[in-house]
Write a protein that binds this ligand. Structure first.
Ligand code: 6LW
Length: 504
């Protein structure tokens, strides 16, 4: 049964916080579905449902079976799954996406229920680039448009393309990286929405329109229709957007943005997040309103949906869809079935520095938060980590009665602190708090404090580390922080994992 409408609480952007970039959205009746990129993580392509565009609940992941997604350990971090487009056509959901790892390419999966199961991939080798979009014209012809921006006719049920791709538009003069195209039929025009300027501070959204889906396209005189470049707006890098109509017929843009913190140049640590902005139309061109931190209450009922419980006791046979692992998740290495009520991770010789690390975590979704886990290290070595990639992570690790805090930043790896603990399960803790930029231009965005809980419940800190080293501005790449549990050696059991937002 759908949730009942609720009175408004505080409505805030980002509407999907944490590493949820490249959002694509479609509407089916009263329901909205949204998909994001997932890069080196498995399962791939998180899928969200909403009835009000403001509250989003994760209902699954489109690529959640190894037959659908194999990410090799030879693939670097931020390879893998880039920029899906989700659409509903002819009673089915269609999702097209690029697997940027070796042996990958563009693929299409379909489903009748967006919560899954999604089909095995239909490969589309004739699609010539990243950021594919699908659109159907009035006579049922399907067009696939990719970054660049070029287009090819496609049969999405087989992946077969017809003819040679033709160039549609390359965005504004001098702007780099025309990408993230989406095509729509709205009124008398076909609109071609793109991102340009690159996914960093220069990011922007531009639009062109034509009379047919294949063009020719006339650029909007007001391009870019959205950019925060050169502003002091708290949301930066705004771009990679998709258009959707609200329940009342109003128009909205779903887009990615980042929240840099600290002094200069500003570091963003949660990755690229999903934001919502209003759109109005002037002379048949869209005009994008404020990407407001506090969203005004919309004129339609709100459906907050279920909130994920703070603590996961690992009582269920299947992991919640928000848990993600690095590159793969073989059942023999990550299971709740071996020791009921516990998550069991089995190391395969890889530490957090290795691409085959056995790690299961969740996105850090709040600028300030605390994560805790009760870990039984009696048969192995592992712990709790804040991970950006193989070369950028902080961890508190336990082996027998020894606890160590390890920091890896680029090619530097060091043990920051060590102490002994009584034998048996131990609560490992990571607390992340924001720095005040009032402390000056060199102040980092946040601090990451790692420690243990004593038998009487008090917390002992072992190390407090500058958060800038786990930011995209330092590490590079397309992802964001993920906090989770790992096994470096042997078998490590986790009784529960608790994630608590601290920033209200
Ligand atoms: C994606 C491109 C982009 O393919 O970043 O911000 C790339 N936009 O459209 C990776 O997410």
């Amino acid at each position: 049964m759908p949730p009942l409408p609720q009175p408004a609480g505080r409505l805030t952007n980002p509407v999907i916080p944490g590493f949820h970039p490249d959002p694509s959205v479609c509407r089916v009746g009263d329901d909205y579905y949204l998909a994001c990129s997932s890069f080196e993580y498995f399962p791939g392509i998180p899928l969200f449902h909403s009835r009000d565009l403001v509250h989003w609940t994760q209902i699954g992941n489109a690529l959640d079976r190894p037959e659908q997604l194999r990410l090799p350990t030879s693939m670097a971090s931020s390879g893998g799954i880039y920029a899906p487009t989700i659409r509903h056509h002819d009673g089915r959901f269609w999702l097209i996406v690029t697997n940027c790892s070796e042996g990958g390419g563009n693929l299409i999966v379909t489903a009748t229920d967006p919560a899954g199961p999604w089909s095995d991939p239909i490969w589309a080798p004739g699609v010539p680039g990243i950021d594919p979009d699908l659109v159907w014209d009035e006579d049922g012809t399907c067009w696939c448009t990719v970054a660049g921006v070029s287009q090819v006719r496609i049969d999405p049920s087989t992946g077969q393309t017809y003819g040679t791709p033709h160039r549609l538009w390359s965005g504004g003069p001098g702007a780099r990286a025309p990408e993230a195209p989406h095509l729509y039929r709205i009124g008398a025009y076909w609109y071609l929405l793109i991102a340009e300027g690159g996914t960093e501070r220069g990011h922007a959204v531009s639009i062109a329109r034509g009379r047919t889906p294949a063009g020719p396209f006339e650029p909007c005189p007001a391009n870019p229709i959205l950019t925060h470049r050169g502003t002091d707006h708290p949301v930066q890098n705004t771009g990679h957007a998709d258009l959707v109509q609200g329940p009342d017929g109003s128009w909205w843009l779903i887009l990615l943005g980042v929240r840099p913190g600290g002094g200069t140049p500003g570091w963003h640590v949660l990755g690229r997040e999903t934001f919502l902005a209003p759109v109005t139309w002037v002379d048949d061109w869209p005009v994008v309103g404020e990407v407001a931190m506090d969203l005004p209450e919309p004129p339609w009922p709100l459906f907050p949906g279920p909130v994920e419980e703070q603590r996961d006791d690992f009582e269920l046979a299947e992991l919640r869809p928000s848990w993600i692992s690095v590159r793969d998740r073989p059942a023999e290495l990550c299971t709740t079935k071996e020791r009921p009520g516990w998550l069991t991770l089995r190391g395969r010789g890889g530490s957090l520095d290795e691409p085959d690390v056995v790690f299961t975590g969740r996105r850090q979704q709040h600028l300030a938060c605390r994560a805790r886990t009760l870990t039984d290290p009696s048969q192995g070595r592992g712990g709790l980590a804040v991970r950006l990639d193989e070369q950028h992570h902080y961890a508190i690790e336990v082996s027998g009665t020894e606890v160590r805090v390890i920091a890896r930043v680029g090619s530097l790896r060091t043990v920051m602190a060590a102490r002994s603990v009584p034998a048996g399960p131990v609560v490992l803790t990571v607390t992340i708090t924001q720095s005040s930029s009032a402390h000056g231009p060199c102040t980092g965005p946040d601090v990451v404090s790692l420690g243990v809980e004593e038998a009487d419940g008090t917390f002992t800190e072992l190390a407090t580390l500058d958060g800038r080293y786990l930011s995209t501005e330092v590490a590079g790449g397309f992802t964001g922080r993920v906090i989770g549990m790992y096994a470096a050696e042997g078998t490590v059991h986790f009784d529960w994992f608790d994630y608590e937002p601290l920033d209200g």
